[in-house]
Design a protein around this ligand. Structure first.
Ligand code: PLP
Length: 279
């Protein structure tokens, strides 16, 4: 039982897997990644993650996507090795070059790194967040390895005892450093549209679908910081968090006055996970 990883054909315990200097992820963050959950024998929403991975690879000019079947078999082997009944799958694909040079020559090989770690479950505690200026590049829709500004934003939040940081670009809330942000206001779900300033989160799509099933109108538009502060509920969503509600932002208390809709949405999302995985 433990965390296991795979790198270019080799399986081993997490700390035993080394990445060579020829992997361009190291010097340039030249690659993309995905994070998925598995439970029992099922990789939850593998097809959706695979589709986004393919789009991310295309966006950064890596034209060869590993076959879904090959990825699945690596993941299953890691799940077996780890012994966890429920876990987090991290999957990274990066380019290679023989030396440190900015120029990337499209080659027939790419690096595949996959790891499996324990999933500690769905927490309920409401989060406190801060807002930070969104200084990230204009391809936030690509799940690239370049996460420096997300790391800095999270560290800034942690330094003041908060759980996360919401990016704001030109007065518009985009997303949180590791999740999407939506609000409930007067019975409606409002969420940033899927353009190049947010990652099209798989859980965000699930949330929109769940809202539709529950008869909650969905509006895909940017919203301001004052709308964020004045929301009935602020909801962050991601593969590992499902949805979490927010109790404060920049020290402003979020009223959390639409528990009914929030918990109905959350229940739907969790039920879908259990239904698909435990079937
Ligand atoms: N936005 C950002 C910046 C993220 O890093 C993530 C997840 O890592 C998400 C949104 C949520 O995406 P998903 O729901 O696919 O996990």
């Amino acid at each position: 039982m433990g965390d296991y990883a795979y790198y270019n054909g080799r399986y081993g315990k997490y700390p035993e897997i080394n990445v060579p200097l020829t992997d361009r992820a190291l010097f340039f963050g030249d690659g993309v990644y995905e994070v998925m959950l598995y439970r029992g024998e099922v990789i939850y929403q593998f097809d959706e993650h695979y589709e986004r991975l393919t789009k991310s690879l295309k966006a950064i000019g890596i034209s060869r996507t590993p076959e879904a079947r090959a990825l699945r078999s690596v993941i299953y082997k890691l799940c077996d090795l780890s012994g966890y009944s429920e876990g987090i799958i991290y999957l990274q694909i990066s380019a290679s070059s023989p030396s440190r040079t900015h120029e990337r020559v499209e080659s027939l090989t790419y690096n595949l790194l996959v790891s499996v770690s324990k999933y500690s479950g769905y927490e309920d505690k409401a989060l406190s967040l801060i807002t930070v200026t969104d200084r990230r590049h204009g391809i936030c829709n690509v799940k690239s390895l370049n996460l420096l500004l997300s790391v800095l934003a999270l560290n800034e939040a942690r330094a003041v005892g908060c759980d996360g940081a919401v990016f704001v670009r030109g007065g518009t809330v985009t997303e949180e450093s590791r999740s999407n942000v939506s609000i409930l206001k007067s019975g409606k779900l409002i969420t940033h549209p899927t353009d190049n300033y947010i990652l099209p989160g798989i859980m965000r799509s699930n949330l929109i679908r769940a809202a539709g099933e529950l008869g909650i109108p969905v509006i895909e538009r940017g919203f301001s910081i004052s709308e964020l502060y004045g929301a009935d509920e602020v909801i962050i969503s991601s593969t590992t968090k499902f949805v979490r509600r927010v109790s404060s932002i920049d020290g402003h208390e979020i009223k959390m006055r639409d528990s009914e809709r929030f918990f109905s949405l959350k229940e739907r999302l969790l039920l879908d996970y259990f239904d698909k995985c435990d079937a």
